[in-house]
Design a protein around this ligand. Structure first.
Ligand code: 13P
Length: 248
């Protein structure tokens, strides 16, 4: 009945062989909440290193995937290639890709479909800018981003949603528990209306944006917050406390 707590670590374009290995060693010897599902997303160069060194039970995610299985697509990686390499998850639609690399909703949806069809789990990111929030458009923006995916993907059992307000990412300005819970509840309402009541009950909705070991226990208590997608703090030992924050 309950949704399993989920914590993802998005390393973004950070780390080196040495530092990624240290983070993995730390995770391998840490005492982690057995009820938490943990996935780390290092840069693609370190995916295999991570998979080879990480203990069983912690999964590895790509930060991006392409929407074709193979072919002349320079610089891209397919779901099939990831799956074959033991990489079982991918992030899709992170705001840094939407904004900096100009990925639109249709491309995000197409990649999500390809990833699911290729057998991967997807951490599907959404979130509004400060301007959109101030214009009262948060729920509209987020549900429009998600609807593009719902138009192409009917089975949401392998999708985890990450709500990451852009103004909270890397800024130290975390959403208040009320702000986060309000959007998470609205996303769940939307799932019920536009996908299915089963998807509304079962889909994990993560919060991301300046999550630390200090703010995570309070956020984790909210009814519709089922875990976190952690950026900066996933590179630090405090990531372990965030993983354990649901049992704190
Ligand atoms: P920070 O935790 O560094 O704010 O990043 C959040 C994020 O973008 C995770 O995907």
């Amino acid at each position: 009945m309950g949704r399993q707590f989920f914590v993802g670590g998005n390393f973004k374009m950070n780390g080196s062989i040495k530092s990624v290995t240290e983070i993995i060693d730390n995770l391998n010897k840490a005492k982690l909440d057995e009820n938490a599902e943990v996935v780390i997303a290092p840069p693609s160069l370190y995916l295999l290193l991570a998979r080879e060194h990480l203990r069983k039970g912690i999964e590895v995610a790509a930060q991006n995937v392409f929407d074709k299985p193979n072919g002349a697509f320079t610089g891209e990686i397919s779901a099939q290639q990831l799956k074959e390499s033991g990489i079982t998850w991918t992030l899709i639609g992170h705001s840094e890709r939407r904004v900096i690399l100009q990925e639109d909703d249709a491309f995000v949806a197409s990649k999500t479909k390809a990833a699911i069809d290729g057998g991967l789990g997807v951490i599907l990111c959404c979130g509004e800018s400060l301007e959109q929030r101030e214009a009262g458009k948060t729920i509209e923006v987020v549900t429009t981003q998600l609807k593009a995916v719902a138009d192409k993907v009917k089975d949401w059992s392998k999708i985890v949603i990450a709500y990451e307000p852009i103004w909270a990412i890397g800024t130290g300005k975390v959403a208040t528990t009320e702000q986060a819970q309000e959007v998470h509840a609205a996303i769940r309402e939307w799932l019920k209306k536009d996908v299915s009541s089963e998807a509304a009950d079962k889909t994990r909705i993560l919060y991301g944006g300046s999550v630390t070991e200090k703010n995570s226990p309070e956020l984790a208590k909210q009814a519709d917050i089922d875990g976190f997608l952690v950026g900066g703090a996933s590179l630090k030992p405090a990531f372990i406390d965030i993983i354990n924050s649901n049992s704190a």
